[in-house]
Design a protein. Structure first.
Length: 378
């Protein structure tokens, strides 16, 4: 494929280039040009379409175990209040129905959410319980509720979709369950979560996390010993996900027993998967790490990541070591992505040939998914 050394900032051109890249033959895959990672009009278009239409992982189910447990976040400009209300976890708009104040910050537990501006109070079901001194004839508190978004649980993760009509998450992730069910992902227990802002485009982190090509180069001390590039193997993909296996060398012992009956092969590798658009994760016998990407601008993201462990096999010191290791790994990736982000603005950032199926086949899967989502809109 020929990519001229010139910059186009026309949205229609960038959409056309995406379609071209995705249509490249499987044995001659090609990456997106730099403009696809910097252009504000493309980013806005993505926000309005495939990002808003997608299911986004916002945390782990075991972060919200008691009624009233809540967490807050901003997703694509929408302030969200995610709350356990009895058996269900619900996603509300974190915006007071009176004049728009956010109702809660951070995370915690509350049996009601009292607005700190004029003290309107809402229940964990989003209903307005109290609006002091309100005698306005046109106002009926009984019909006043917080705005809601779609919210569901799969694999122990909480997913939210901002679209009016959410896609069928089971169709999107069909096949992912078969891939990771053996690890019993819903039984992992969260031990750590953190958030930080990275100066890179959201697609760059999806691609980075999902390809094994860089492992030995970028992570020589942290990952190469366990998951060298040469042992990366493409895993299955489906409508809305892709995966690869980061296999451990034969001389490395399995790290933990994991779920009962977990097969030897699954104990001897990490399975990395992306649930498009914005979740990338790694599951292994004892450890489940998820990076939940929240696009902020064309060139910045919030990365909210969680670490969960299986059973009690890992003691506190070992868990601390794993957290420190993942902090190092994330820092190594972040440094590369932030440096690359600057270079992607160049006229010569035209995109390049991708490596083969086992190394960057997942990147091609992502481009195909992006193009298919994009084609749904005129
Ligand atoms: S803005 Fe919330 S009570 Fe006024
Ligand atoms: Fe990496």
């Amino acid at each position: 494929m020929n990519n001229p050394a010139s910059i186009t900032t026309k949205l229609s051109d960038l959409r056309g280039i995406l379609a071209q890249c995705a249509a490249a033959p499987a044995d001659a895959p090609w990456s997106l040009p730099g403009q696809s990672y910097v252009d504000p009009s493309l980013f806005q278009h993505e926000c309005d379409t495939l990002l808003r239409d997608g299911w986004h992982c916002v945390g782990r189910v075991d972060e919200l175990t008691e009624t009233g447990d809540y967490l807050t976040l901003n997703l694509l400009g929408e302030p969200l209040l995610v709350v356990r209300d009895g058996r269900e976890i619900k996603a509300f708009s974190n915006v007071c129905r009176h004049r728009g104040m956010p109702l809660a910050e951070g995370h915690g537990n509350a049996n009601r959410f009292v607005c700190r501006y004029h003290a309107w109070a809402y229940g964990t079901d989003g209903a307005l319980l109290r609006a002091p001194r309100m005698k306005n004839a046109g106002f009926d508190p009984k019909t006043c509720k917080l705005g809601t978004f779609h919210c569901t649980e799969r694999f122990g993760f909480i997913y939210v979709c901002l679209a009016d009509t959410a896609p069928d998450i089971d169709a999107e992730l069909s096949g992912l369950g078969d891939l990771i069910a053996r690890y019993q992902p819903e039984d992992y227990r969260i031990v750590h979560s953190a958030g930080e802002v990275w100066q890179c485009n959201w697609k760059a982190l999806v691609e980075n996390f999902m390809e094994g090509y860089h492992l030995s180069v970028v992570h020589p001390q942290t990952l190469h010993g366990y998951t060298p590039t040469g042992l990366s193997r493409k895993g299955p993909s489906g409508v809305g996900f892709t995966s690869y296996y980061a296999n451990y060398p034969d001389n490395i012992p399995a790290r933990g027993e994991g779920a009962p009956g977990l097969d030897k092969e699954s104990k001897h590798r990490s399975t990395l998967f992306a649930a498009f658009p914005c979740q990338v994760a790694s599951v292994a016998a004892s450890l489940l790490v998820s990076l939940n990407i929240r696009p902020l601008t064309p060139t910045s993201i919030e990365v909210h990541w969680t670490m969960s462990v299986f059973g009690d096999a890992l003691d506190g010191d070992t868990i601390d070591q794993r957290i420190a290791l993942w902090e190092d790994v994330n820092r190594e990736d972040r440094e590369k992505l932030e440096a690359m982000q600057v270079a992607l603005g160049s006229v010569h950032a035209t995109g390049g040939a991708l490596a083969g199926e086992d190394y960057e086949g997942t990147v091609r899967d992502f481009l195909v998914w992006l193009a298919r989502q994009d084609a749904k809109r005129p």
